[in-house]
Design a protein around this ligand. Sequence first.
Ligand code: GLU
Length: 508
Amino acid sequence: MTGQPRVRIAPSPTGEPHVGTAYIALINRAFAKSQNGKFILRIEDTDQTRSTAASEQAIFDSLKWLGLTWDEGPDVGGPYGPYRQSERTEIYQRYAQILLEKGLAYKCFCTKEDLAALREKQEKEKKPAQGYFAQDSPCRKLTPEQIKEKEAKGEPYVIRLKVPDENPDALITFYDHTRKKEISRKYSEIDDQVLLKTDGFPTYHLANVIDDHLMGITHVLRGEEWIVSTPKHILLYNAFGWEAPKFYHLSLLRNPDKNKSKISKRKNPVSLRWFRAAGYVPDALLNFLALMGYSRSAEGKTKEEISSMELFSMDELIHEFIPGRISTTGPAFDYNKLDAINDAYTQKMTIEEFCAYKDERLKYLMEYLGPLAVETKNRFRRLNKEIDDITGFFFKLRLSYDCDEFNKIKMPPAEILSMFKTLKKTFKDKALLLNNPADFHECINEISERCGYSSKSIHMAIRIAASGEGESLPLYESLALLGVYRCISRFDDAGEALEKHIKERKEK
Ligand code: GLU
């Protein structure tokens, strides 16, 4: 492929806009702009049950807030649209048909029960029980008559890729440009992946490959969690007879703890809306992400220049960007470091810039608070408290607990402790069901009835754990905004603080 590069990000609009999306977007944009290329935003909303318009809008808004604008996309159009996969269903169906006709894909009529039985068999045979492999597939062997018969009966089917099985030990290989090495998997390790589901919607693999090809994508720069999928994609490119783009897999952002686990909402806030509401300066967040994704060259720099090398703008990144310097080690997402960088940016601001930033932040904070905005304003007036004092508990990673607060709960401390454990377990079990204030309300009532806790005590305990104080913004709305996983970690932290308090009292 010659000419200017065309790169893309392809987020799925499910849930909150993730900081990882901004990180991948930043590297893609720098890659494109440094070579006079195009940066494209494609919305991968093939999962119709989880995709929402609100989530898509939040991706647009958050990336724009960071200045990570795109040249082509669902909102701005472009010559290769539509850029939203749900509007391209016919295209995928047409291409799946081509593979069927070439004999490189097949209709699979297996039911859920058939697949469960297959998994069981694979487990017994100690095969990697992850899918539907050539040798296990009864539907590969169906005659055209049998297929017709099943179709006439209206049996639902999916379309699967027919992974070549002539030489199961042969390798499918691609070159990973970030790691600068070849990565291979055996044909026998690749399952006959579903391309088109029973409802006629494509899977990620089919839609992603077709779109990257039709949109003229020359380089795919995406998170390393997709490395396992790339051989499947190579098979698809081969089946269609298309040249594959060049692949760069970017290291995932990781927690700065011992395990270096992938950052996730289970541990810390990762929503771009949270970073914006918390008051991070967009350029500071970009700078922080760039530091993690790109290692600058110190060559030819003076000592002073090297010591200030941590601070750089998107324009500087574009100016000096060399793909070979994309980081290959899992960068640690250190919130303290981000705070330090943010500090450096506010220090650089003029008073006018500072006022504009504060105004923008306050406006956005009110939007973020949603149903809590009015009460925040009223408390500001009534209690003469600063907005950050009223809403700060949403933006602190960990709270410190004043143990006198726990004495306000009319229950023995050991029982409060066990209540925190019950709360944690129930919230964990119901995590996927706890989204709106009403969900939290119902769940807390259920716990209080089941365990015989007085409504007053359980509410007070939750309030202290969640906000660090015995008086705070309306509870259910606050829990919904914090999100279930941060509530769970606050029950843990509050429990720990209380336990320490009990121990200290005993020792006295
Ligand atoms: N839709 C995928 C995601 O949500 C895109 C992965 C890719 O870039 O190929 O991350």
